[in-house]
Design a protein around this ligand. Structure first.
Ligand SMILES: Nc1ncnc2c1ncn2[C@@H]1O[C@H](COP(=O)(O)OP(=O)(O)OP(=O)(O)O)[C@@H](O)[C@H]1O
Length: 368
């Protein structure tokens, strides 16, 4: 890999689009390209790099799906993000914020490889080799965790290690999660990453402008199981000993769960017997157990009280090198280094957490 970029970098496709008027014009132009080409053959291109420890987005555009069997019947294509480029380095974390329905989850899913409509390039960490054990490149936590059939141990270790050569199973699971919509495309060719060596970020970059239409999910994308947590191929650190599981349960504020349900081997209907907040804590345990290079958390702690959410994010911050979250609570800011604000109509703004808080304080009159 090329020399690391010093800090998270956002740009708007090389254009000077910091001014909101310029950005708005770029987004409007992009929208007209997008809307006229919706249903065409453009796709979000995706690559993996075994040396990458973070995330690279290049000119990413995300739109709502269109065409037969996709999206909402008769609904117009909606621009969710335009011309978003950034580099997330190890130790950096991104909080995606914005009004309800502006496209935060869709953007996250597009980046993770679970959403197909758009254009641009996403580069994700990959396994060093198919047989490599000890690291899961990418892990995705949805708001509502998937609780598979099985005993408590199965819940805690889901989705478990992906054995070498089992990518076909992951692909099948992904295809099932996507509603069997056509074949999974091939992995795009590898090209040198971070080759541009972007300059350190100027603060408060805004964006908009780009093109793209419908999509692609390569076999190296994060695989999802029935809408639940997902990982990319490669083996995780599982299986875990009972002692390790008990320690992790303690970590995620479920110290008495094993005792309460009657043991690790007890089988119950877990989505009924555990509250949503408990299920979210189980999902965070899975994340900590897997120890991925890069994690995506889509409102994954939304059902938790503030102190518990803070404690879990404290652990994530310490143990997961790089992560992207969608969330609404201001307290999440302290657990992320940068903020991507979705402004609607595909527009966005990228700030450091401190800059974002400063702006918010001024906007709400809390700061002179
Ligand atoms: N499969 C789909 N087909 C077409 N449009 C969709 C699809 N899924 C979501 N959308 C639309 O995309 C837009 C963005 O949805 P998304 O869930 O990404 O928003 P969000 O910002 O995460 O919202 P919230 O904060 O309420 O969770 C919404 O208008 C939604 O209706």
């Amino acid at each position: 890999m090329n020399a690391p970029v010093a800090s998270l970098v956002g740009d708007a496709g090389g254009k000077d689009s910091r001014g909101s008027a310029a950005a708005a014009a770029a987004a409007a132009a992009a929208a007209s390209i997008l809307l006229s080409s919706a249903g065409g053959s453009d796709v979000i291109r995706r690559r993996t790099d075994p040396d990458l420890r973070g995330l690279v987005l290049q000119h990413l555009c995300v739109i709502t799906p269109s065409g037969p069997g996709r999206g909402f019947a008769g609904a117009a294509v909606k621009l969710l993000a335009t011309d978003l480029s950034l580099v997330l380095e190890p130790g950096q974390s991104l909080l995606v914020v914005g009004p309800s329905g502006c496209g935060k989850s869709s953007l996250m899913r597009a980046i993770a490889g679970l959403w197909t409509a758009g254009s641009g390039t996403v580069v994700l960490p990959g396994s060093a080799s198919p047989a490599a054990r000890g690291s899961v490149p990418v892990f995705f936590l949805p708001q509502k965790p998937f609780m598979p059939l099985g005993d408590l141990r199965t819940q805690l270790t889901f989705p478990g290690a992906v054995p070498a050569g089992a990518q076909g199973d992951a692909d099948r699971a992904l295809r099932g999660a996507r509603g069997s919509r056509g074949p999974l495309p091939d992995v795009h060719e590898r090209t040198p990453l971070l080759a541009e060596g972007r300059a350190p970020a100027a603060s408060g970059m805004t964006g908009g402008g780009g093109n793209g239409t419908s999509g692609v999910v390569p076999s190296t994308a994060a695989s999802e199981t029935a809408g639940g947590d997902c990982t990319t191929g490669g083996a995780g650190r599982l299986p875990l000993s009972d002692e390790e599981l008990l320690t992790l349960l303690d970590d995620v504020c479920l110290p008495d769960l094993v005792q309460r349900v009657g043991g690790l081997d007890v089988e119950l209907d877990w989505s009924s017997v555990l509250s949503v907040g408990e299920q979210q804590r189980v999902a965070v345990l899975r994340l900590l157990a897997a120890g991925p290079t890069l994690a995506f958390l889509d409102e994954a702690t939304s059902a938790l009280d503030g102190p518990t959410e803070g404690r879990l994010y404290g652990l994530i911050r310490k143990r997961i090198g790089c992560y992207v979250s969608v969330g609404h609570r201001m307290q999440l800011l302290q657990h992320h280094t940068h903020v991507l604000e979705c402004l609607g109509g595909g527009m966005w703004r990228l700030d450091s957490s401190a800059e974002y808080q400063h702006r918010m304080a001024i906007a709400t009159g809390l700061h002179p």
